[in-house]
Design a protein around this ligand. Sequence first.
Ligand code: CA
Length: 234
Amino acid sequence: MTDRILIIEDEEKIARFIELELVHEGYEVVKCGDGRTGLEQAESGGFSLVLLDIMLPELNGMEVLRRLRRTSDVPVIMLTARDAVMDKVAGLDQGADDYITKPFAIEELLARIRLVMRRNSHHEKAEPQAAPEDVQSCGELTLSESRHEVKYAGKEIDLTSREFDLLKTLLVNKNIVLSRDTLLGTVWGYDYMGETNVVDVYVRYLRSKIDDAFGISLIQTIRGVGYVIRDENG
Ligand code: CA
C-alpha cells in the first residue's frame, strides 16, 4: 500500500517543492495551506505521516499538534524556522516525532521521513521476509527489492529511490560494464531530457554512501565506456 503524507504548510512554493519530491519517491501527497483544514484532514486519518509547519494561518502548528494528539498518534515531523529552539522543544513535548529546520536539504527531509515511518511501522507489523531471489549482492553489499533496503556488512545504507534504482541496475548486471546511455535509459527512462552527466552525479552519490563510507571500491569507472560493480575479490 502506498504511504500517504499530509503536508500542512502555507508557503505554496515550499509545499509544492516537497510534494514533487515526495511523489517522485512514490508517496501519495495531500496538501493543506492552513492549520484548521490541516487538522481536519489529519484527523480524518489514513496518513502514514504529517509534515507540519509551525507558523500557519487559522491555527498554528503547535495548536494543530496539540489537538491532533488527543485522537491520533500519526507520526508528525515539524517544519521549524531557523534557530527557533523553543519551537523544537515545545513541538517534541507536544508529541512531535521529529523536526527539521527550514531551509533544509530535501535529502535530509526524505531521510527523516523514512526513519520516522520505519520506527513507527515496527511495532505495528512484522517485517515481511524477503524471498532469496529478491536479494542482489556484491561482496558484503546486499540489496533487497521488496524491502527497499540496502546493507553493507549488515549495516543499513540510506538511499533515495533514484540511487536505489541505479545500484539495483548495477547489481543485477554485476561484473558487466554498463554504458552511461544504458544506465540513463534503464534508470531515468529513454525520454529523459535533463543533463546527461546525471549518471556520473548519481554514481558519485552512491560512492560516497557506499565505497567512501566503508573504505571499499565496488563501483568502478571503466574509462570511455561506463560503470561496473565488481566484487573486490573478483
Ligand atoms: Ca508558514
